[in-house]
Design a protein around this ligand. Structure first.
Ligand code: ADP
Ligand code: MG
Length: 208
């Protein structure tokens, strides 16, 4: 079973995790994307597309008028494209990873850390047993080596910590998503945190 990004995002949105506004396109008609605010992001989805940017299946900074040509180019290059997700591009911010992993001994564990392109290189993550309390969530964020990035480094505005803590609670707190997606693992990478909110711009679910 493969669960596509837009399907995971629908579930996240329903649970109260902010995700970008977007539309799913299956054919060649991109008029539905006209209702979205530019700049836009084009992402192809299909059974074999897991690490989308490695495959060249993500393009940022598009105008609605660019979509048909960009999509046709992706289709010609990628083997099995099932469709496209077109979404609004979030403003730049601090990119975080938030996820739930299943530990054989401890069970479901909330993971939070610096994400996006930095995930593998920095390995700066914190763990907390689900369900985490709000205090646990704040401690996890404060324990990151990169936590000064969240509080505003070198003149950058601090990120909306309350919104970030709320997101962590929605994922790993009491009654959180960790309970609903019973056996699988999932990962929001990145969550982009800015001065006036947070948004999960990528989401992946790995069924058990
Ligand atoms: P991948 O499957 O490669 O992880 P992502 O969906 O995470 O694909 O997209 C790759 C990168 O593009 C992200 O790490 C993020 O920096 C950027 N990105 C993706 N979607 C958006 C968006 N809606 N707004 C802003 N940036 C985005
Ligand atoms: Mg990603």
């Amino acid at each position: 079973m493969s669960v596509y990004e837009h399907e995971v995002k629908a579930l996240l949105s329903e649970a109260g995790v902010p995700v970008p506004r977007g539309v799913v396109i299956h054919e060649r008609d991109f008029t539905a994307a006209g209702q979205l605010a530019e700049p836009l992001v084009l992402k192809a989805f299909g059974p074999g597309l897991v690490h989308k940017s490695d495959a060249g299946a993500v393009i940022l900074g598009l105008r609605a008028a660019d979509l048909p040509a960009a999509a046709a180019e992706m289709r010609s290059r990628l083997p099995d494209v099932a469709g496209f997700l077109v979404e609004e591009q979030a403003d730049a911010g601090v990119e975080l990873i938030v996820g739930v992993v299943r530990d054989v001994a401890f069970g479901p564990v909330l993971l939070a850390g610096l994400g996006g392109v930095w995930t593998e290189a920095l390995r700066d993550t914190a763990l907390g047993l689900c369900p985490v309390s709000e205090r646990d969530a704040r401690r996890m964020l404060d324990s990151l080596r990169g936590s000064p990035l969240l509080y505003g480094l070198r003149g950058a505005p601090p990120v909306d910590m309350d919104a970030l803590v709320k997101l962590l609670m929605t994922v790993g707190g009491p009654g959180g998503l960790w309970e609903r997606l019973e056996l699988g693992e999932f990962e929001l990478n990145p969550v982009i945190a800015g001065p006036s909110g947070v948004v999960a711009v990528d989401a992946r679910y790995v069924p058990a």
